[in-house]
Write a protein that binds this ligand. Sequence first.
Ligand code: BMA
Length: 316
Amino acid sequence: MEKNTGYELFQRHPDNPILTVSSWPYRANSVFNAAAADVNGKILLLTRVEDFRGISHLTVARSDDGITNWQIDSVPTLKPEPEKYPEELWGIEDPRITWIEDMGKWAICYTAYSKGGPLVSLALTSNFKTFERLGPVMPPEDKDAALFPVKFNDLWAMLHRPVPRSSMLGAHIWISFSPNLKHWGEHQEIIQARQGGWWDANKIGLCSPPLQTKAGWLILYHGVRTTASGSIYRLGLALLDLENPVNVIRRTDEWIFGPKEHYEREGDVDDVVFPCGWVVKDSKVLIYYGAADSRLCLATANLDELVEFALKCPTP
Ligand code: BMA
């Protein structure tokens, strides 16, 4: 492997991949793109599991240290239910979890793969055993959504990534607001995919949910670079204004993490790192990411270093 002179803000865990189909209690093609939460001091991953039909569901894995001894539900935790929720016809994918203190519940934004394309659905839970579905909240095509944990001017806020019919227009990160989590409006595009040769040209999307820091909301996003031999998914950071998250105050120019190890470079989809969750423990951020759409990995970072780094980046 050539010397990589990229940033070293994220450190890969030496035991990567930390979860694979070999550790799964039932047959599965792949386990990847998990949401993450700290639930009573344990790390909970709501993992996307793809079966041998190609349809995904979500299953809970719990661990005391977030690295070893995973207790995995023996059957799918949240299965697509297309009879009741037709938008879940071709599966449910890529969840993001936000703790909503006001409600004492976890909110899960996930992709429901409908006949009309992928869309954003929302569910609430207090125990990760039973789930209250609020149904589709954004029409297709839209994915990579997560809620903010607090309201702004009495409205809930969600980041998401609609895709226009013409790929020439690019797929960008939007913010929308709601009084009740069900009805959404005040849609605004806030982070644009760049153009031309940039690593994040044409298509970007939110990764883990927005993380509140003193300097602003820390955003981890992916950029998709299209090449002759496929796409490369890499990660960048942005900071949004704490009071008014419509305002982007910083954005990294260079990517800060990308596929490098063999487990990220080769799999069902080569060259993909795709985090859907992160958890702050003391000053450390545990970033859980799907690698090559096949397995689950962990990288750690120092939260202060991430914020300091973002603060040195340009204001877009
Ligand atoms: C995106 C999503 C992710 C996937 C990625 C790479 O569009 O569908 O689930 O990890 O592509 O294939």
